[in-house]
Design a protein around this ligand. Structure first.
Ligand SMILES: [Zn+2]
Length: 392
């Protein structure tokens, strides 16, 4: 029984430019490279654009653009750095969307991202809209088409965010399995609780929203994603392919999906030569009779979602405390030291929210003399980013 496999890579680095110079300064920890953007480019972004596939004798058999065979998103601010500093990789990413579109029935593999990697459930409605509008506009400008999906930073989600996405024409988002609350078959009256990663990830769901709008949700396979990101799945491309193809239960009916989403930097930066393991794995799947590669947009056309899902409000992929990691001392920490704590998170966020709420009325009052619609003007300010030199 053929199964469809979709790998998603979320490629992102925070903007490292000095805001006054608009250049990244030397970062000694990234030596021998100038800074971390450059280092990760040479370990991951570049290698994935021209990944080598070896034969058994150790000769290079093919060189492939991995991005054209997976689903992916790049943070807009990272792309604007790459456009200037690594134009050959940047062009390869744009080219991958065109190549992928030919491979996947007219669906490009690139999806958009909320512009600044903001944790959207913690933003107010107005800021959510700006982040989503800027993400869509930036995508259209670069990829010359409308995005079908949008990556939510840290997969952080609430219903208001989904509703704004649907309102702006976004068709689907990808979430972690623990973010599914309950499911029900089309037309059924009662919901089945699927918390604790019990959701069936081999299909897409419709998420109905209070406004009457809806969009499709995919839940990637959590266990596989863990093995790719933190385990040894990338040690051997052949075994990686076997693991993906074998992930579908024997009893699965036609049209089921195996999807995995991880940070894109997993392939080459976090795991050395992960780009080559990925290329080899994709090559095997492409030539396999028991599986085929797909991307989310193509999958939705062939197997439209009918069953419904509810999300766990204010959840994310990286913090079991929902979005606690970005607002309180939830216990999640990347580099904890004995005796340290992160109680500062609460007052820091409170201070920034207070500043936002105090600045907003001033902005409205002052900007009203210049623009008929000040917040609309902010949404269109993305056009200024496209061309810093424009003076009129
Ligand atoms: Zn946490």
């Amino acid at each position: 029984m053929p199964c469809s496999i979709c790998l998603h890579g979320h490629f992102y680095q925070p903007p490292r430019e000095n805001p006054w110079l608009e250049e990244v300064e030397i970062q000694e920890s990234a030596a021998p490279w100038h800074d971390w953007n450059e280092r990760i480019s040479e370990e991951c972004y570049g290698p994935n654009s021209a990944a080598r596939i070896f034969d058994d004798a150790g000769w290079i058999r093919r060189i492939v653009n991995n991005y054209s065979r997976i689903s992916f998103n790049f943070g807009p601010t990272l792309l604007s750095w790459m456009e200037r500093k690594r134009p050959q990789y940047y062009q390869a990413v744009l080219e991958a969307d065109r190549l992928g579109s030919a491979r996947f029935s007219g669906h490009g593999p690139a999806i958009a991202q909320a512009y600044n990697h903001m944790i959207l459930p913690l933003a107010n409605r107005r800021d959510k809209i700006t982040q989503i509008v800027w993400g869509i506009e930036d995508f259209q400008k670069r990829f010359q088409r409308a995005p079908e999906g949008m990556w939510l930073p840290e997969c952080a989600v609430d219903s208001e965010t989904l509703d704004i996405l649907a309102e702006h024409g976004i068709r689907f988002v990808i979430l972690a399995p623990r973010q599914a609350q309950a499911v029900r078959e089309k037309g059924a009256s009662s919901w089945t609780d699927v918390t604790g990663e019990r959701v069936d990830t081999h299909r897409a769901y419709i998420c109905p929203l209070r406004s009457g709008r809806a969009l499709s949700l995919f839940f990637y396979q959590g266990e596989l994603a863990q093995k790719v990101a933190f385990g040894d799945a990338l040690r051997n491309g052949g075994d990686f392919a076997k693991m993906l193809i074998g992930a579908l239960p024997e009893s699965a009916t036609l049209g089921r999906l195996v999807s995995v989403a991880t940070d894109g930097e997993t392939f080459g930066h976090h795991h050395k030569y992960g780009d080559m393991a990925l290329a080899y794995c994709l090559d095997i799947i492409e030539r396999s009779r028991s599986a085929s590669l797909t991307i989310f947009g193509e999958y939705l056309d062939s197997t439209p979602s009918v069953d419904e899902v509810r999300i766990v409000e204010n959840s994310s992929w990286s913090c079991v405390h929902g979005v606690g990691r970005w607002k309180e001392d939830c216990g999640c920490s990347a580099h904890s030291r004995p005796g340290w704590n992160q109680r500062w998170r609460g007052p820091l966020r409170e201070a920034l929210d207070t500043l936002r709420d105090a600045a907003a009325p001033l902005f409205e009052r002052e900007a009203a003399s210049l623009f008929p619609d000040p917040w609309g003007a902010r949404n269109r300010y993305i056009e200024v980013f496209f061309d810093h030199t424009r003076s009129e």
